[in-house]
Design a protein around this ligand. Sequence first.
Ligand SMILES: *Cc1c(COP(=O)(O)O)cnc(C)c1O
Length: 354
Amino acid sequence: MLTNPRLVANRQKLFGNARAIVSECRSRGIAVAGVTKSFAADPALAEAMVEAGISQLADSRLENLVALTHLPLPKLLLRLPMQSEIPEVVRYADISLNSELDSITRLSQAAVAQGRRHQVILMVDLGDRREGVLPEELDQLVRSAQGLPGVELLGIGSNLTCLSGVLPTEAKMRQLLQLTVDLRRRYSLALPLVSAGNSSCLHLVYQGLMPAGINHLRIGKAITLGREAAFGCRLPGTHDDVFTFQGEVVELRRKPSLPDGEIVPNTFGERPEFLDQGERRRAVVACGRQDIDPGSLFPLDPGAAVVGASSDHLVVDVTESREPYAIGDGICFRVGYSSLLAAATSKYVKKLTV
Ligand SMILES: *Cc1c(COP(=O)(O)O)cnc(C)c1O
């Protein structure tokens, strides 16, 4: 039975994180869509989020929402729909984020054809330059999309930080709110939802700086990692070790810390620099960039340090460790976001829930 490498999820800790964040948001009038994409929408973990009080289940991949069909909450598709998946979007998602009139029109046609209603959140780009129309284009999009049969304009949304690292500020949030308020008045629309963003908005919530009227966030990272995403600060009452990754030691030898020879870029086009620390005790661990991102993997053993990784080999310096490592032992790590994404989607990594 192959058991390494493995990604171990602690359901109770995930539940605790979701409950702490949902409670904080709820006390400030904000509903939370629980985002499941970082753990490939594992149903047991999604259920823990549901128990913790999230309002919708959200994912960017339709396949993941399909896997959650049995859970009784509205499903929110986070990535703008592909035209090639429109009928399935209407069938499996109750709500989607949109910025293209052509896609909304097709959603409308599919909804009518299936006898269903589909709710749409219109996305506005507040500066991160990923999805969304520019603020001055929003009026035209609302005017064209309102009244399409089968679709309901549920609200206005934005997303920051993900692509360009633009920080959600109180001013950006006020801008989003003002745009929504103006549209409500101009078109006599309810537009009940103001969906301000992702885990990078939580610092505003926790500092009491989120303007009243912002009433929806889409939160994944903070629930899985126990940190807000703008500054990486730990959130009170959460765990940062919901997920742990374990790899198995296949070589353990003392070697010089410096490479020997002429240097060209490595497999990944990088030229890593190494400090001369003399001879070190190094473990080769049987996993690699197909399964983790070495820059987002943190040994639980304080005496161990990640040196680097290629596709299938991870090198860990264990010179300072007090653990009596041997070949065949596991080394455990806390994961950052990119390692969690990679491990959750690598078919070579066994998934366990405790
Ligand atoms: C992934 C995603 C989120 C959730 O982001 P986290 O940083 O995991 O909280 C929210 N909105 C959209 C559009 C996303 O793609």
